[in-house]
Write a protein of this length. Structure first.
Length: 438
C-alpha cells in the first residue's frame, strides 16, 4: 500500500516522496488475526500524518449513474440506494454509499459507489494497526473526476478519462459532463499486442460515435479517439501524484458542508473526530440548553414570588378595609363578609330607589308641620304606594293640623287619621296616620 504525503505551497499541493506499507489489499478486506508483524516503523521513519485520505480501489466497489428529482442533498443517499440495489451482489443495508452529485435542470445527476461495510471496517482496523486513521475514504475514480474538473478545456459530448498505473488502467466515461460508467483492467506481464488500456477504451466507446468521443489523460493532453493508438501516455506514477494532489486541493478548497466529496465515511463509519466534535457540540448545546432552562425557571420563580407578594399586600389591604367597613364586628373572612355587606347595601339601594323619591317624602314629612305645632315622630313606614306615620302631639286638634299640613306636600296623595288616643302619661296624644303617596 502506497502512502503519499503532500505539502501546500500557496495554492498548490506538492507531493512528498512516497512511502509504502506492507499491507496488500487482500489483508485490508480480510485482515489477519493479531497485530502487524515485526515492523515497528511501517512508514519508513516518517511521521504518521495528522489527517489522511484513503482512495478506495475501483475493484472493491460497484458504481452506477442515475438521475434523481430535485430533492434535498441530504436525502440523496437514500434515493441512490434504491437505484443501486438492483446492481449489487450484496445486501444494500450492509453497504456504504458514496455519492457524487451534480445539479441539472431536472434535479440531480448522480454517480454513486457502493462497497460492503465490513470491508471498510476491516480496512480501518488494519490501518489502525499502523497508526493511520483516514478522515475520508473516497473512490479512486473520484480523484480522476476532481482532476478533470481542474482543467478548463471545453467538454465534448463524450469523454473517456484514463488513469494509468504500473499494473492496471482505469477508464471513466463521461457524457454531457456527467459520469456514466467506469472500468478497470489489470495488466499481465505476458500480454502482447494492443495495449490493455486500448482494449478497455474500445469496449467503453463501442456505443458512442468516434467523431464525438475524446480521450482525456490530463490538462492539455486530450486526444481524439481516432488518434489514441499513437498516444504517448504520461508517466503513470507522476500522473497519479498529480491527479491526487489536484484532488486533495479541490476537496480542501471546496465547502465540505455544502458540497462534500464522495465519501464512504458516513453514518456509522463517520470519522471518529467528527463524532467527537459532534459530541462536544452536543454537549455544549446541552450546557446552553440547561442554562436557558435554568434562566427560564429562575424567571418563573421570581414571577411567582412577585405574584405572592402582590397577593399578600392585597390581602393586608383587604383585611384593613374590611375592618373599617365591618366595624365593630369581627373580620373572619374579609372577602365573603364584604360581599355580603355589598349585597345588603345593593338590596337597600334597590328598595330606596324604587318607585317615588323616598328622600323627598322624608323631607316633606319632616318639614310639613308648622314650627308652632309640637310633633314627635315615633315611627314611619313607607311602602311602594302606602305611607304610615306614628307620632305624638299635645292635643287632638294638633292631629288634624298635622294631617292637613302633610296633605299640602307634593308627594302625599291621601292621608287619614287611623287612631288618636291619650298616651299613657295622660298628657300627650298618640296618633297614627295612614295614606298613599305618588
Amino acid at each position: 500500500m502506497k502512502n503519499q504525503a503532500y505539502r501546500r505551497v500557496k495554492k498548490i499541493w506538492l507531493p512528498e516522496p512516497p512511502s509504502f506499507l506492507r499491507l496488500p489489499v487482500r489483508e485490508m478486506i480480510t485482515p489477519r488475526q493479531g497485530q502487524p508483524d515485526g515492523h515497528h516503523d511501517p512508514l519508513h521513519d516518517k511521521p504518521v500524518p495528522a489527517a489522511s485520505v484513503l482512495l478506495w480501489p475501483t475493484e472493491l466497489s460497484i458504481s452506477g449513474a442515475s438521475r434523481i428529482p430535485g430533492i434535498p442533498r441530504s436525502e440523496l443517499s437514500g434515493a441512490v440506494a434504491g437505484e443501486l440495489e438492483s446492481l449489487l451482489p450484496w445486501n444494500i443495508e450492509d453497504c456504504q454509499i458514496a455519492v457524487h452529485a451534480t445539479r441539472i435542470p431536472q434535479g440531480w445527476g448522480v454517480y454513486a459507489w457502493a462497497t460492503p461495510r465490513r470491508w471498510l471496517e476491516n480496512a480501518l482496523t488494519a490501518l489502525a494497526g499502523y497508526g493511520i486513521d483516514p478522515k475520508h475514504i473516497i473512490p479512486e475514480s473520484a480523484a480522476l473526476l476532481a482532476f478533470r474538473a481542474s482543467d478548463p478545456t471545453p467538454r465534448p459530448q463524450t469523454e473517456f478519462l484514463l488513469a494509468t498505473g504500473e499494473n492496471r488502467h482505469l477508464v471513466m466515461t463521461i457524457r454531457d459532463g456527467l459520469p456514466l460508467r467506469e472500468s478497470v483492467v489489470t495488466i499481465t506481464p505476458d500480454k502482447k499486442g494492443t495495449p490493455p488500456w486500448m482494449d478497455l477504451l474500445v469496449a467503453s466507446a463501442i456505443m458512442d460515435p468516434p467523431d464525438k468521443a475524446f480521450l482525456w489523460t490530463g490538462p492539455g493532453r486530450e486526444e481524439h479517439l481516432g488518434d489514441a493508438g499513437n498516444l504517448v501516455l504520461p508517466d503513470p506514477e507522476r500522473q497519479e501524484e498529480e491527479r491526487n494532489s489536484v484532488a486533495v486541493g479541490q476537496w480542501i478548497a471546496k465547502n465540505v458542508t455544502t458540497n462534500p466529496p464522495p465519501d464512504f465515511r458516513n453514518g456509522s463509519l463517520a470519522f471518529r473526530k467528527d463524532r467527537e466534535d459532534l459530541f462536544y457540540h452536543s454537549r455544549n448545546l446541552g450546557i446552553v440548553a440547561m442554562a436557558l432552562v435554568t434562566l427560564i425557571l429562575a424567571d418563573a420563580w421570581l414571577h411567582v414570588r412577585a405574584l405572592e407578594n402582590r397577593v399578600e399586600q392585597t390581602r393586608k389591604v383587604l383585611v384593613s378595609l374590611a375592618g373599617k367597613i365591618l366595624a365593630p364586628g369581627p373580620v373572619v373572612e374579609p372577602l365573603s363578609q364584604l360581599n355580603a355587606r355589598k349585597n345588603a347595601l345593593e338590596k337597600q339601594k334597590r328598595i330606596l330607589s324604587r318607585g317615588s323619591d323616598i328622600i323627598a317624602i322624608l323631607k316633606d314629612i319632616a318639614g310639613a308641620p308648622a314650627p308652632d305645632i309640637p310633633f314627635e315622630l315615633v315611627s314611619l313606614s313607607i311602602g311602594k304606594k302606602s305611607v304610615t306615620i306614628s307620632g305624638k302631639t299635645v292635643s287632638f286638634q294638633n292631629v288634624d293640623r298635622i294631617r292637613a299640613s302633610l296633605m299640602k306636600t307634593p308627594h302625599i296623595r291621601s292621608l287619614v287619621v287611623q287612631s288618636a288616643r291619650l298616651d299613657i302619661d295622660r298628657k300627650t296624644v298618640a296618633f297614627r296616620l295612614g295614606g298613599t303617596h305618588d
